[in-house]
Design a protein around this ligand. Structure first.
Ligand code: NAD
Length: 263
């Protein structure tokens, strides 16, 4: 039995590439796409081009196609409506959209528990970015001082990136007193970045960039730099496909691709 999948945001930069990637997998069947206007997209799965009909009506598409999984790459303002609609219908979710709030995570957790279905919510589906977070977590045990620079294309709507927020969360066990002292001393210096749980985060937005994260640790006489670059959206596809397969085995929500990897 193939995993019947629909993509919300299917006409977007990520959605189009995700739709193509899903079509290449023999155990996954792409059964529809949703975006803000009805249209037909040409999706290239490498050897062949296929037409994908895009609808604006997610509830009707779910009722018609009975998908197993919804993959969402839309917008922070749209994602929760899509996820609610899917989970309430018992459709599992793979969410790549960033900019969700802590209250959104709580709601997804409750909806999954109520329906006993899985969801994977990940701010970054590139395995290299997951490793960056893990390495930063390890390094933060040994360095009290660190800053994050995240750089993205100029069309990205949220800042800081979901990956930077999650990385800062992983680094939280650094000495809190040191972090509070740094934050207090920088209150009147906006150029020193935003304070995310005691870590300064700097967001750069420029055409030409895709998704880049750098964590710089500093200690007496040394620095340590951990950097990951997504040079194209191809970098996210293996993680999305893994999540579509793994979410079928879950009966709860998991947050971060690391939850599905042996890292
Ligand atoms: P995009 O603007 O190119 O695409 C978003 C698409 O969603 C657009 O086509 C838009 O019309 C559509 N859309 C908006 N509201 C909708 C709704 N209610 N229903 C259906 N479609 C709707 O953006 P993008 O660059 O493809 O990024 C999409 C999201 O994915 C962003 O939040 C971005 O930060 C995130 N992202 C995550 C990862 C990851 O690995 N998790 C990687 C890249 C991008």
């Amino acid at each position: 039995m193939k995993i019947k999948t629909i993509v919300t945001g299917a006409a977007g930069r990520m959605g189009k590439q995700v739709a193509s990637a899903l079509m290449r997998e023999s155990d996954i069947q792409l059964v529809g796409g949703v975006d803000l206007k009805n249209q037909t997209l040409t999706i290239s799965s490498g050897e062949t081009d296929s037409l994908l009909k895009i609808t604006t009506d997610l509830p009707a598409l779910i009722a018609k196609t009975h998908p197993n999984v919804l993959v969402d790459f839309t917008h922070p303002a749209s994602v929760m409506d899509n996820v609610r609609c899917a989970l309430q219908s018992g459709v599992r979710c793979v969410v790549g959209t960033t900019g969700l709030l802590a209250s959104d995570f709580d709601e997804i957790r409750s909806l999954c528990d109520a329906k006993k279905v899985g969801a994977v919510i990940a701010p970054n589906f590139a395995v290299g970015a997951v490793l960056l977070m893990r390495f930063a977590q390890i390094a933060s045990k040994y360095f009290d001082n660190a800053e994050i620079i995240e750089m993205h294309h100029d069309k990205k709507v949220d800042a800081p990136s979901g990956t930077a927020l999650k990385t800062a969360e992983f680094m939280r066990h650094r000495d809190q007193a040191v972090q509070e002292e740094i934050a207090a001393s920088l209150e009147s210096q906006p150029a020193r970045g935003d304070d995310v749980g005691g870590t300064r985060v700097h967001s750069v937005r420029l055409p030409g960039l895709v998704a880049h994260h750098e964590v710089i640790f500093g200690g007496p006489g040394q620095t340590l730099t951990i950097r990951h670059d997504s040079l194209s959206r191809e970098s996210f596809m293996p993680g999305v496909i893994l999540a579509v397969r793994e979410v079928m085995k879950l009966d709860r929500a998991v947050f971060g691709l690391d939850a599905l990897l042996d890292i």
